[in-house]
Design a protein around this ligand. Structure first.
Ligand SMILES: Nc1ncnc2c1ncn2[C@@H]1O[C@H](COP(=O)(O)OP(=O)(O)OP(=O)(O)O)[C@@H](O)[C@H]1O
Length: 576
């Protein structure tokens, strides 16, 4: 289930969405201008239609007299259609701007937050489908909201000039539409939130199931998952149908209110027309034209407000997703220094801004040549777990230290802490005499090459995977050298993001090639290697360790491993 609490419903006009993109503000201005032009077209076409009918029926005019008016009507209707398509194009453009802005900001924030905090299936659904659902908000709802303000005012002004009683009826009944719309909208909003939770849950469940399918099949439990999927999709279907029911009912209610109001206007105008023959009021061509003008214009006053209600339902899913994106953007990265950027050393940096920032930091690397690393009474803790034992440890400068503590003692945690992905709950970490918390974390990361226990892989070739280790890219020969030194698979071998296509040992050597490439090009003074030879046979292990030898020289190297061959290259072993 989604981990993000739904926020209270916002108004119909979400300022935060518009503030996210400068283009959106221009778009609102364009919408208002186009709305005014469309109102003018609506009034002009109503007047032309009324004149044509009144001229033909009340004054008996022929095509020769009415010809210019027919041409004018065609021109006005074409202009109205053109304005509508310009508005649609502007809306799509504004929508694309806001969506890409939101996606970029959410991704940057997610990369700053501690990894593993959020489910990937749910996040992918939010960032792809959820944000895409904002199209309805920008392309339909927002333009309609502008029209809902501009059109009724324009139409009412014309009606007031032409036939004040009809204007009064419209003025009195018009607020019923937004009133009903708001009441239904408030109800829909909570349903849309629940619908979005169902969507996230389904995505979450499905992603978990697909990832765990081999294991489930191996234990003969795959068929049992059919029932669980049926339950999840059933809940999703029921919530979708409930939301659709509300949408249809709301359209019906708004339609009914508008139709009744127009009917009252029609009856008033009709009664006036009939009684005019006795009183001398609305008679002849002018009287019929006025009556027709009012009858054609009256529905135009209600239409934008009704459409706002309908489009609100269409955009509710996008708004619910946007709430969650804003919740992500508002999160404070608890495990992170406020100065850090997003790139993990030796790990891919999908964010060019972060890469550029990291590249800038290389000019002021804070770590001296081969620093001493100190853990002083450091305690790490994971949520819901007892804290790990207090640790006081000195990793000597320029030496290779092998951590041999038992499995689960916290070796990987300690390495993650050195690159700022874990923060101790008490005690401190220092490079030479400077506390990590006083250093620029982005620059610290730039000074470290880290081979994690399970290197992150992306879809692509081995070369592409290796090249990611350096934010500014690397030449083919440099990549080839690192691949050869790490005894990694051929550069053109294809790899899937889940690691399929490579054995566990081969994947580890791709990670090692990244570390070596980083060491070659960025010359970091610290190397961290977490179980670098865990899946390797003795010969390959020795070859890899031999390749590593020149890189260990003049650097502070920390390796987590229990393997005898690795322990044999240690200047110092540490256990706790
Ligand atoms: N994300 C996490 N959430 C909760 N507990 C965790 C998490 N990561 C690690 N731990 C726990 O913290 C402890 C230390 O884990 P860590 O991976 O650092 O140990 P390690 O010494 O590297 O183990 P190994 O040699 O098996 O790789 C373990 O008890 C582990 O279960």
């Amino acid at each position: 289930m989604t981990q993000l609490a739904a926020r209270p419903a916002r108004g119909a006009f979400d300022r935060r969405l518009l503030h996210r993109a400068r283009g959106a503000t221009v778009f609102i201005g364009v919408c208002a201008a186009l709305g005014l032009a469309r109102t003018a077209c609506a009034v002009a076409s109503a007047w032309l239609i009324a004149s044509l009918i009144a001229g033909a029926f009340a004054a008996g005019k022929g095509l020769d007299t009415l010809g210019p008016q027919i041409i004018a009507l065609a021109a006005v209707l074409s202009a109205r259609a053109l304005l509508a398509s310009v508005q649609e194009a502007a809306a799509q453009r504004a929508s694309a701007t806001v969506k890409s802005g939101l996606r970029r900001q959410a991704l940057e924030q997610l990369m700053r937050l501690p990894s593993g905090k959020r489910h990937s299936g749910e996040t992918a659904t939010l960032l792809v489908r959820g944000i895409d659902a904002l199209d309805d908000y920008f392309a339909r709802y927002l333009p309609q909201l502008v029209l809902a303000v501009v059109v009724p005012v324009g139409v009412l002004a014309v009606m007031l000039a032409a036939y004040p009683p009809a204007a009064v009826i419209v003025l009195v009944t018009l607020p019923l539409i937004p009133l009903f719309g708001i009441l239904i909208g408030l109800y829909t909003r909570s349903r849309a939130e629940r619908q979005w939770e169902s969507t996230s849950h389904l995505a979450h469940h499905f992603a978990d199931l697909v990832a765990g399918l081999p294991t489930l099949k191996a234990f003969g439990r795959a068929a049992k998952q059919t029932g669980a999927i049926e339950v999840t999709t059933g809940a999703y279907r029921r919530r979708s149908m409930a939301l659709l029911r509300v949408a249809f009912c709301s359209a019906l209610v708004l339609e009914l209110a508008a139709s009744l109001s127009v009917a009252v206007v029609a009856v008033t105008v009709g009664v006036d027309l009939v009684s005019a023959h006795n009183s001398g009021g609305m008679t002849g061509e002018a009287g019929l034209r006025t009556a027709l003008l009012v009858l054609i214009l009256a529905p135009e006053a209600y239409l934008p407000l009704r459409n706002v209600g309908a489009h609100y339902h269409a955009s509710a899913e996008g708004l619910a997703a946007a709430e969650r994106v804003f919740a992500i953007l508002a999160e404070t990265p608890e495990n992170q220094d406020h100065r850090e950027t997003a790139t993990a050393p030796g790990q891919p940096s999908p964010n060019p801004d972060a890469a550029a920032l990291t590249a800038a930091c290389v000019m002021r690397t804070p770590l001296g040549r081969a620093p001493t690393i100190m853990f002083r009474r450091t305690v790490f803790a994971y949520p819901g777990r007892p804290p790990l034992p207090e640790l006081s440890l000195t990793i000597p400068a320029g030496q290779t230290t092998v951590l041999t503590a038992r499995s689960g003692a916290g070796k990987s945690t300690l390495m993650a802490a050195l690159v700022g992905f874990r923060r101790p709950v008490s005690g401190s970490i220092a490079f030479d005499d400077t506390e990590l918390s006083d250093l620029d974390l982005a620059a610290v990361r730039r000074s470290i090459a880290w081979l994690p226990q399970r290197p992150v892989l992306i879809d692509g070739t081995v070369a592409e995977n290796v090249r990611l280790a350096v934010p500014d890219g690397a030449s083919d020969p440099a990549v080839a050298k690192a691949i050869a030194a790490a005894h990694a698979p051929a550069a053109n071998r294809t790899v899937a993001a889940d690691g399929s296509g490579l054995s566990a040992g081969e994947a580890a050597r791709v990670g090692l090639a990244r570390l070596l490439l980083r060491a070659d090009l960025l010359d970091p003074p610290v190397l961290l290697l977490d179980e670098p030879t865990a899946h390797l046979d003795a010969d390959t292990e020795q070859a890899v360790l031999d390749s590593l030898a020149p890189y260990r020289d003049q650097r502070t190297v920390l390796i987590a491993s229990h393997r005898p061959a690795v322990r044999a290259i240690a200047d110092r072993e540490v256990d706790w």
